[in-house]
Design a protein around this ligand. Structure first.
Ligand SMILES: [Zn+2]
Length: 121
């Protein structure tokens, strides 16, 4: 009887610890930026790490992407219209920066999808 109680407490504790680990792991899996060039996957970067990436496009051009303070922005590009540079920075799930001449698509994707958010958008 007593042995069973200890066993049960052990299992409950284990479940608690495992859930805690899972919840924390999910939290750390935050927002990310997915970059596509010419319709193909190019690179994926976390939004919480400041970095600069020069995206090399299929037509020999480049788009310079900066990730800073949790948002992503194109600061320079070889395209003639510079619409991607003029676009404001993106940080929320589903927001995109598109460079049509260079065929570059930069999209924010959430690590933990929230269906209610998707409906609200
Ligand atoms: Zn552009």
């Amino acid at each position: 009887m007593k042995k069973n109680d200890i066993f049960l407490i052990g299992i409950i504790l284990m479940i608690a610890v495992v859930s805690f680990i899972i919840i924390n792991a999910t939290k750390q899996d935050g927002d990310k930026v997915v970059i596509k060039v010419d319709g193909k996957f190019y690179k994926e970067l976390p939004l919480n790490v400041d970095t600069t990436l020069v995206i090399e496009t299929a037509n020999g051009g480049t788009n310079t992407l900066v990730i800073e303070n949790g948002h992503a922005d194109v600061i320079d590009a070889t395209c003639p219209d510079k619409i991607c540079v003029d676009q404001k920075h993106i940080e929320n799930n589903g927001e995109t920066i598109i460079c049509l001449p260079n065929k570059v698509l930069i999209e924010v994707q959430s690590g933990n999808e929230n269906p209610i958010d998707s409906i609200a958008n």
